[in-house]
Design a protein around this ligand. Structure first.
Ligand code: FE2
Ligand code: FE2
Length: 305
């Protein structure tokens, strides 16, 4: 009998929702982000992990349908942070009959998040279904935690890099007082394919460099094969974009798959530095990474849908 525990063999990353769709594609876009990770282990088991839900249930339903996945098939819904462009589709997911998924997020996911500039605006989660989630389906995660072999939640991401400090115009309303506390609930997913890491981030509000650095602290000596998600550089000053891309170049041995809040200048800086190791994503893009091929070579765009 074989008592060896299974290992994560293959990861397929499908961009469910992003700000862009390829021309003529059937997928729809909106200002939001959702990524479906199809995970396959060495014992031939598999699971779907949905990372964020986009801004609306309508787009999530349409695009998951185009990918041929129903909500009932999703094992884990992981929320990167509370902003509505990442959690807006959750209500539709939770309202589905038979949806078996467990929701995983930082305990601060329910904080009352506001933008304070140029005017006060609520930007947090709006999902009454979440408040009614029974304990067995709600997993709050504040420290690194493994959901399955090779599938890790980052927990709180330490803010260490000087140029990635708390943004000034975001706040939380607590007992009638607005506190500028950054986005404390920001959480990433770390997947280990053998001894290589795939880092998934929603908006990188903890900072893309901090997010990758935290992964490297947890998995000492593991190269980062891919960093995928929104890097939130769209409103960053040029110096910060340059510092971010230079640091990522030092830490990411594989490639960067970016979109959503990365912004045109961020995408251009990444493309200029990473060259062929950078991809800007659209809704419907799919990449497959396997334990059996090397760094960047497994990342082939399956083409627009
Ligand atoms: Fe976002
Ligand atoms: Fe965000």
């Amino acid at each position: 009998m074989d008592f060896e525990s299974p290992v994560l063999d293959r990861v397929e990353l499908a961009i469910v929702t992003s700000n862009r769709t390829p021309q003529g594609g059937r997928m729809r876009s909106e200002h939001g982000f959702a990524l479906l990770a199809s995970l396959a282990w060495s014992d031939e088991t598999s699971a779907y992990l949905l990372f964020d839900t986009g801004a609306s249930g309508e787009i999530l339903r349409h695009n998951l349908g185009e990918l041929g996945v129903s909500p009932e098939e999703i094992d884990w819904v992981v929320l990167s942070h509370c902003h509505h462009d990442h959690t807006g589709g959750l209500e539709w997911l939770l309202s589905g009959t038979g949806a078996a998924s467990m929701v995983v997020a930082h305990p601060d996911i329910t904080r009352r998040a506001y933008r304070t500039h140029p005017r006060l605006q609520y930007i947090g989660m709006d999902s009454p279904g979440f408040d009614r989630l029974e304990p067995a389906r709600w997993l709050p995660v504040a420290a690194p935690l493994s959901l399955a072999p090779g599938v890790w939640m980052s927990g709180s991401i330490p803010r260490r890099v000087e140029f990635e400090q708390v943004r000034p115009h975001v706040a939380t309303l607590r007992e009638g007082v607005l506190e500028h506390d950054g986005e404390p609930e920001d959480l990433a997913v770390y997947l280990s394919l053998g001894n290589e890491l795939v880092v998934l981030t929603g908006c990188s509000h903890a900072g893309p460099v901090n997010t990758v650095a935290h992964a490297k602290e947890l998995f000492v000596g593991f190269p980062v094969r891919a960093l995928a998600g929104g890097l939130h550089l769209y409103d960053a000053e040029t110096e910060r974009i340059d510092a971010t891309v230079a640091s990522l170049m030092d830490m990411v041995e594989g490639g960067v798959i970016s979109g959503h809040c990365t912004g045109e200048r961020g995408e251009m800086a990444l493309a200029g530095t990473f060259g062929d190791r950078h991809r800007a994503f659209c809704s419907g893009d799919v990449w497959t990474l396997s334990r059996y091929d090397s760094y960047w070579h497994g990342i082939e765009d399956a083409g627009p849908r």
